[in-house]
Design a protein around this ligand. Structure first.
Ligand code: TMP
Length: 253
């Protein structure tokens, strides 16, 4: 009897009501929630942009697919000791997250040479890196998200030395977990981008999303690109690539 009553009251308080949109980015919106000042609702959109929004479009079911994938992957990381902002998926394209103070740094991890790395080095696309690379970018659209070093971050006071060490360690740990995770699903994790934030106590947690928008994923047998590069470079089969990644990870067609 007591358990039953408890279940009902938990269910009632878990009704999340959106109050106000506080942010709209290129692929997601954030809302505050009634009765939960320390949480937010993150909504995933079908909209896609590339090259700092110079290119715009939509990808069929991307909002739902990316919400499902982020839910699946953040739960997987959470079980392996990575603190994340994920709380609960509450609709096909919405999840409740912890409200964090976002650190204005995008952390990119690379296992295989691709994308902007090809313009900075003599490495050729597809070359396996002797050691994974961790890069930091200053999250500022007006500057076009420039690559920065630890010293730039400290000089601009966007992070402390300890924060930078934590970001690197967390990024490396996430890479170690996700490389075999994807490979089991016949996907090569070529590179990916992470964002982090701090909770009220100052704990650094993984935020944002992990999806084919923010990762390069190649078929492990053929190296076929199954990510946003199909949209960025007009390779065709964009919707199909997202659907394929969903199928391989969640089992849903
Ligand atoms: P890059 O090779 O263009 O620097 O991209 C590295 C990774 O970061 C790739 O997996 C795509 C992801 N990424 C984002 O998630 N957002 C961005 O704005 C950019 C430029 C890259």
């Amino acid at each position: 009897m007591i358990n039953f009553a408890h279940k009902i009251s938990t269910k009632m308080t878990e009704k999340y009501t959106k109050i106000k949109q506080i942010y709209e980015g290129k692929a997601k919106k954030l809302y505050t929630l009634k009765n939960y000042p320390e949480l937010l609702l993150q909504e995933f959109k079908d909209d896609a942009t590339a090259f700092n929004a110079l290119k715009k479009g939509t990808i069929l079911n991307k909002g739902t697919i990316n919400c499902e994938l982020t839910t699946f992957i953040f739960k997987y990381l959470g079980k392996r000791g990575v603190k994340t902002h994920f709380v609960k998926q509450i609709s096909p394209n919405e999840m409740v997250i912890k409200r964090l103070k976002i650190i204005l740094i995008e952390v990119v991890v690379r296992n295989v040479a691709a994308g902007s790395l090809l313009k900075k080095t003599t490495l050729e696309e597809g070359q396996i890196l002797a050691k994974p690379i961790v890069e930091f970018y200053y999250k500022d659209d007006s500057l076009g998200d420039p690559m920065i070093s630890d010293s730039h971050a400290l000089a601009m006071k966007i992070a402390t030395e300890k924060d930078m060490k934590t970001l690197r360690q967390m990024a490396e740990k996430i890479n170690k977990i996700l490389k075999p995770f994807f490979l089991k699903r016949k996907l090569r994790l070529v590179d990916f981008k992470l964002e982090f934030g701090k909770d009220k106590k100052g704990n650094i947690m993984l935020g944002d999303e992990i999806t084919p928008d923010t990762c390069r994923l190649w078929d492990s047998g053929t190296n076929k690109k199954l990510d946003k590069d199909r949209f960025r470079f007009d390779l065709g089969g964009v919707n199909e690539a997202y659907a394929e990644v969903r199928k391989r990870i969640t089992g849903k067609a």
